[in-house]
Design a protein around this ligand. Structure first.
Ligand code: NDP
Length: 369
């Protein structure tokens, strides 16, 4: 049985915890200390992440896990990964003995997150797992327990927790720019292609809230700094073209936070719905549009500066960084956490909270998962 957090911290103070942690690799180039990642599942998001890691001062790609050896060899050559560090899903556990692999990035369909996180933790590797954390609350709890038992860090890849304009919006609200926030609106969705794994409930866990609604839900939580106290929700399927045989097409929900703030969100797989949020308070508003893209974020705001006759404060800022900058930040943060044995900002517990709320939303909408 693993040590409790308190027991582990105690050991840390005695300088013993470090001896129990999996060791962190040392990059070949310049002897600089870098965390080596094995990427599990070489699809769309893995490509963004790997390109992001190239610009990271403390991270590097040192292993690949794939069902397609030819693709993996091509990518390995691009990133300087030796062929001996390419694994299949079946033999992945062998990377336990690969000292160049400190951590994994789980970039698989949702239903595979739990299994590959737990197997990686058991092999002594730190885990950066894509959102949504899992397809059930129980899986999320098991992932947290497995990482605790193995004394490895677990981070959920909420890239926007590290994005400067999102952080600015959070700070403005926290500093009272809008007064007490009354309402938040947000949405995100896209037109899913027939046959996509996202439309297959077994692989995806459920519909668009798992994949894109989660951005809106998560934003309402970090913008308010509060946890929802309840949800109302509705779901519908309009397009009877066979795509939505297993998951619904549209979902809208409203949640109430303890302060009284109401947040409404919508997500869809049936139509293009560019992601945005708007926050309203007695002193003004803040809007992010686009809000959830890989780059090109734009933050606008207008709020009272206080005092009679004083002009309102107006903000219109865009982030000029280009993709994959958000993934570089994400990797930087997790590698820093691995090297200094700190809990990531977007921890497993953060992912678990969203899993519970996603289930609350579907339950409120009368959708059985
Ligand atoms: P893709 O379909 O593009 O890639 C998934 C990869 O997983 C495949 O390329 C494949 O890699 C592997 N895989 C293993 N088994 C299966 C299977 N049965 N069906 C399909 N693929 C399989 O998905 P995404 O990259 O878009 O999404 C992966 C994860 O990342 C999801 O959890 C998603 O929610 C999340 N995501 C996060 C984003 C973000 O911005 N944070 C954005 C997009 C997605 P191989 O061929 O190497 O075996």
């Amino acid at each position: 049985m693993g040590l409790s957090r308190r027991e582990f911290s105690k050991l840390g103070a005695m300088g013993l915890a470090a001896q129990m942690l999996p060791s962190v690799g040392v990059a070949a180039q310049g002897g600089e200390r870098k965390v080596g990642y094995a990427v599990i599942g070489l699809g769309t998001i893995a490509d963004h992440f790997m390109r992001g890691v190239l610009a990271s001062p403390n991270s590097q790609i040192t292993g690949l896990v794939s069902g397609h050896r030819d693709k993996a060899e091509r990518i390995a050559a691009q990133y300087g990964v030796p062929k001996s560090s390419i694994y299949s899903y079946e033999d992945m556990d062998k990377f336990r003995d690969n000292k160049a692999i400190d951590a994994v990035y789980v970039a698989l369909p949702n239903s595979m997150h739990a299994e590959y996180t737990i197997r990686s933790a058991k092999a002594g590797k730190h885990v950066l797992c894509e959102k949504p954390m899992s397809t059930t609350v129980k899986e999320a709890e098991d992932m947290i327990a497995a990482c605790k038992d193995a004394h490895v860090q677990l981070m959920i890849a909420y890239r926007l927790h590290y994005e400067p304009l999102h952080l600015k919006a959070v700070k403005l609200i926290k500093d009272g720019a809008l007064g007490r926030v009354g309402t938040i609106n947000g949405a995100f969705g896209f037109d899913a292609a027939p046959g996509a794994w996202r439309l297959n409930k077994t692989l995806a866990g459920g519909g668009s809230v798992f994949d894109v609604g989660i951005y809106v839900l998560n934003a309402s939580r970090y913008l308010t700094g509060e946890e929802p106290v309840g949800f109302t929700a509705v779901a519908s399927t309009i397009d009877q073209d066979g795509r939505f045989a297993m998951v619904e097409e549209n979902v809208s929900w409203t949640t109430k936070f303890p302060s009284g703030t109401l947040a409404t969100g919508s997500s869809t797989y049936g139509t293009q719905m560019p992601g945005y949020f708007k926050v309203f308070g007695p002193k003004g508003w803040i809007a992010m549009d686009p809000a959830f893209n890989y780059d090109g974020m734009r933050l606008r705001a207008k709020f009272s500066a206080g005092g009679k006759g004083v002009p309102d404060i107006e903000i219109d800022e865009s982030n000029s960084e280009k993709d994959p900058a958000q993934f570089t930040r994400e990797a930087n943060h997790f590698s820093e956490c691995v090297m200094t044995n700190q809990r990531p900002k977007s921890s497993g517990e953060e992912g678990l909270r969203d899993m519970k709320y996603i289930f609350d939303i579907y339950q409120a909408a009368g959708v059985k998962l």
